[in-house]
Design a protein around this ligand. Structure first.
Ligand SMILES: [Zn+2]
Length: 325
């Protein structure tokens, strides 16, 4: 599936950019355990608008706002299980609506050129986002990957199972397991996909702070091997990691899998969990970011996008670079 899609895209595909941080740029206060999923309740129109902005910027894959949308999280806000399930499904429906609106606008002749080049007749996939258990905890453990000894494989499987089932039946083309912090969670996802006979494909995307290991300290090659051995997984990669670390991580992943490699780094700024601010730690202009793309492609990646603090402009710049080459 992924290989056919990539062939249709001309070999490389464009993934969207930061979603939650883009909602914040539009004025949303996401200082909430639900983070971006808060907007599924309060601002579904804005969620659709941000998807549309990424499509307009050239994205071939848009990722739903379900990263931190969990049954447990919605229930903690006083919603019923049914309401929670409906909102999780709704996140994918909103992305599908954006795709439909975009394609209709293209058919009418607007929005189908990027710098005079036609981008309208391109394949577009909707990926259903699944964030980690640590993202649900909203206590920073998604960036440490350390859940403590009391959290076992079974804890993680029980936590994720129902949401994965809902998302698999939501109309999404694939599931994007994002910002995976450790091996245990990758293993839990792989087992759920198999046990539940999930019939849409998935990608596994890990995050790293040191360019060698996942954020937990588990080696990225071991994480990549788990993804490689799951036949439901159609791409493996890295997201929400500074651009300067990506090249080496691609090379590590290539050592353990022949599956397509997806990368969508963050802007290179660092999130300070105490101050709840993003701090500049390396050059972060869209040009700087995009200057890496050719290198990443040469290293063997074939899906490129952005994560936190990247914007539609970043994605437009990536689309341009890929069109030029
Ligand atoms: Zn991110």
């Amino acid at each position: 599936m992924m290989r056919d899609f990539l062939a249709e895209c001309g070999g490389c595909a464009v993934v969207d950019g930061g979603f939650a941080t883009e909602l914040q740029r539009h004025g949303q206060d996401l200082n909430d355990p639900l983070w971006s999923a808060k907007c599924l309740i309060s601002s579904p129109q804005l969620v659709r608008r941000v998807h549309l902005d990424y499509l307009e910027a050239g994205a071939n894959v848009i990722i739903s706002a379900s990263y931190q949308a969990t049954i447990q999280g919605f229930e903690a806000k006083g919603l019923s299980a049914e309401e929670a399930e409906a909102l999780i499904k709704r996140s994918v429906e909103i992305a599908c609506e954006a795709r439909q609106i975009y394609l209709q606008r293209c058919a009418k002749g607007c929005w189908d050129f990027l710098d005079g080049r036609e981008i309208a007749r391109r394949p577009i996939l909707v990926a259903a986002s699944v964030g980690s258990y640590g993202a649900y905890l909203a206590d920073g453990s998604e960036y440490s990957g350390n859940y403590g000894d009391s959290v076992t494989l079974e804890t993680l499987k029980n936590f994720h199972r129902k949401r994965v089932q809902i998302l698999a039946n939501s109309g999404a083309d694939l599931i994007a397991f994002e910002t995976i912090p450790n091996k245990l969670e990758a293993q839990a996802y792989a087992e759920i996909l198999k046990e539940e006979n999930i019939d849409i494909p998935a990608w596994f995307s890990f995050s790293s702070k040191d360019g060698i290991n996942a954020v937990s300290g588990d080696s990225i090659t071991e994480c990549g091997s788990i993804a490689d051995s799951c036949n439901r997984v159609v791409a493996v990669g890295i997201n929400c990691t500074p651009p300067r670390l990506i090249h080496g991580l691609i090379l590590s992943i290539k050592k353990v899998t022949n599956k397509p490699v997806v990368i969508y780094p963050n802007s290179g700024e660092t999130y300070n969990a105490e101050t709840k601010q993003w701090e500049e730690s390396e050059s972060k202009t869209d040009e700087d970011f995009v200057s890496y793309v050719g290198k990443w492609r040469d290293a063997g990646a074939c899906l490129f996008g952005g994560c936190c603090r990247t914007t539609p402009n970043t994605i437009r710049a990536i689309s341009r670079v890929l069109l030029e080459n």
